[in-house]
Ligand binder design. Structure first.
Ligand code: PEP
Ligand code: MN
Length: 276
């Protein structure tokens, strides 16, 4: 057995469940949706209401944005978190939001129901230790250049600090293929299911990089046995301050949710899952 992973391994005594405000990730198929970035109150609340209406279980939205360029929109920070809190009050949807700095973890916990660790920070070990000490579930994205083993080793850091509520999120990896922003590694879902008890969700938006590809990749992830999806939705993608090309409009998301429900109804017995 590899020495870098032990706590994340499947065991008879462990059930594959992370509970977020009564939502059982790993039992029911869970859809997290919302904008890439929190831009303002109206954009966030309107998107939140739309994804809630379509059947999303949680709201995503970044207040701290890890951007390639220092001149790109960096997120609203605390102001953004306050907007997310308001969206939570208006919709009842739990909030998934990224934390980038170990020094921010304790106070971001006051606003987040799930702490997201982005692909670029997957191996930020100080950050992993800090969220490991937090009393909040963690959504750990796969680093864009990372192997499954390296990814699990990062999850191990969080569990080793006592936090077992970790959700893994496959978001595509860099390959020679340029037709998509990243290559969605569907096989990671199957591999992880064999190894770990942690729930595995898929982010088709950052994998595809294009809205038109998001529905088929979402359905593929569901069919492969993923425990959920994280999808970017924006009320007006053309004006989005980040990831505009990959964001779905509310109507497109609503159509996709309909398909997700139908497919899940057909296949849920294969994976012993509750209905969406
Ligand atoms: C995001 O979720 O908006 C994001 C920045 O994703 P990733 O870390 O996967 O690039
Ligand atoms: Mn994004």
């Amino acid at each position: 057995m590899k020495e870098n992973i032990k706590l994340v391994l499947k065991g008879e005594d462990r059930t594959r469940l992370v509970e977020v405000e009564g939502i059982k990730v790993g039992k029911e198929f869970v859809v997290i949706a919302g904008p890439c970035s929190v831009e303002n109150e109206r954009q966030t609340i309107e998107t939140a209401l739309a994804v809630k209406k379509a059947g999303a279980h949680m709201l995503r939205g970044g207040a701290f944005k890890p951007r390639t360029s220092p001149y790109a929109f960096q997120g609203l920070g605390l102001k953004g978190l306050k907007i997310l809190k308001k969206a939570r009050e208006e919709t009842g949807l739990p909030i998934v939001t990224e934390v980038m700095d170990p020094r921010d973890v304790s106070w971001v916990c006051e606003y987040a129901d799930v702490l997201q660790i982005g692909a670029r920070n997957m191996q930020n070990f100080s950050l992993l230790k800090e969220v490991g000490k937090a009393r909040k579930p963690v959504l750990l994205k796969r680093g864009m250049h990372s192997t499954i083993d390296e990814w699990l080793s990062c999850a191990e850091y969080i569990l080793a600090e006592g936090n077992y509520d970790v959700i893994l999120c496959e978001r595509g990896i860099r390959t020679f293929e340029k037709a998509t922003r990243n290559t969605l590694d569907i096989s990671a879902v199957s591999v992880l299911k064999e190894i770990t008890f942690l729930p595995v969700i898929v982010d088709p938006s950052h994998a595809a990089g294009r809205a038109s590809l998001v529905p088929s990749l979402s359905l593929a992830a569901l069919a492969a046995g993923a425990d959920g999806l994280m999808i970017e939705v924006h009320i007006n993608p053309e004006t989005a301050l980040s990831d505009r090309e990959q964001s779905l409009r509310p109507s497109e998301f609503e159509n996709l949710m309909e398909k997700i429900r139908k497919l899940n109804e057909t296949i849920r017995s294969f994976y012993e899952r509750d209905s969406a």
